[in-house]
Design a protein around this ligand. Structure first.
Ligand SMILES: Nc1ncnc2c1ncn2[C@@H]1O[C@H](COP(=O)(O)OP(=O)(O)OP(=O)(O)O)[C@@H](O)[C@H]1O
Ligand SMILES: [Mg+2]
Length: 253
């Protein structure tokens, strides 16, 4: 279980204090798929970075399985929106990065990197350079790099944001299947309400100015979600309308 307790983040912006997140309280269960949704600037990326220790908290605590998280926890891995593969490394060597940082020996690194690449359907391209891959393929490698370390918690920041709609739909289903197989906890940021409804078990809705969590919505739709047209499901339409109204409300509280 991952607990975000009373976490706030104040940045200095143009010489003034700027509240990016105000007192967020959120509990994510083991193995849960949770999406964070909200308008641009509401603090979604900041929330993920606070959880992963990439940005220091101003206030509050993050607790994983009863232990306070400080620094960059080895149980978590991050998939960034801008794919950021190292251009001078092969696909395989890119996937090994997290394992290197964790001091995994070479042979074991290679084995686990290949295994992770196979899980995202990229095993044939392990020798390629990043520039030889399409955007969708690069993002698959980004996912492989994150799962290679077998994280307890997988943090994903709009990972399919700049892919075309067709590739995005394929990767959405792949990530769902991967999640079911690995039983990892996933925290996935998106501003696409339909993507959140397709993927998650619960959706945390954020508002801006100041950035804050306003509500957590249960996505009570049947699994597996790839076996039917989720968007056409009456409950999904209801959820979509509710969330859209909630996010557009001026005085959302
Ligand atoms: N390092 C920083 N210094 C100052 N302000 C920052 C910093 N990082 C983020 N902010 C501010 O905090 C707010 C939240 O930013 P964040 O990137 O978390 O938003 P977001 O919800 O991920 O938005 P988007 O959907 O556009 O990615 C923004 O107003 C941003 O300008
Ligand atoms: Mg962001």
């Amino acid at each position: 279980m991952l607990e975000v307790r009373n976490v706030s983040k104040v940045f200095e912006k143009d010489g003034k204090d700027f509240v990016a997140l105000q007192s967020v309280n959120l509990t994510i269960k083991d193995g849960e798929f949770m999406c964070l949704v909200g308008p641009s600037g509401c603090g979604k990326t900041t929330m993920l970075k606070l959880i992963d220790g990439l940005v220091p908290k101003t206030n509050g605590t993050i607790v994983l399985d009863g232990k306070e998280v400080n620094g960059i926890p080895s149980e978590m891995s991050f998939v960034f929106q801008d794919i950021n593969l190292l251009p001078w490394r092969s696909v395989q060597r890119n996937v090994e990065i997290g394992l290197e940082v964790r001091g995994v020996p070479k042979a074991e690194r290679e084995r686990r990197a290949r295994q992770a690449l196979a899980m995202v359907g990229m095993e044939a391209d392990y020798r390629s350079a990043p520039y030889q891959l399409s955007g969708g393929m690069q993002q698959r490698v980004g996912v492989a790099r994150a799962i290679a370390v077998e994280p307890k918690v997988l943090l994903m920041d709009e990972p399919f944001g700049h892919l075309d709609a067709f590739t995005r739909e394929i990767l959405q289903i792949e990530i769902l299947k991967l999640w079911m197989q690995l039983k990892t906890t996933v925290i996935f940021v998106t501003h696409d309400v339909d993507e959140a409804i397709l993927l998650s078990q619960r959706i945390a809705l954020f508002q801006a100015k100041p950035g804050r969590l306003v509500e957590v919505v249960d996505v009570d739709l049947p699994q597996p979600r790839w076996e039917y047209d989720v968007r056409a499901h009456p409950r999904a339409i209801e959820l979509h309308n509710y969330i859209a109204a909630r996010l557009n409300a001026k005085e959302a509280d």
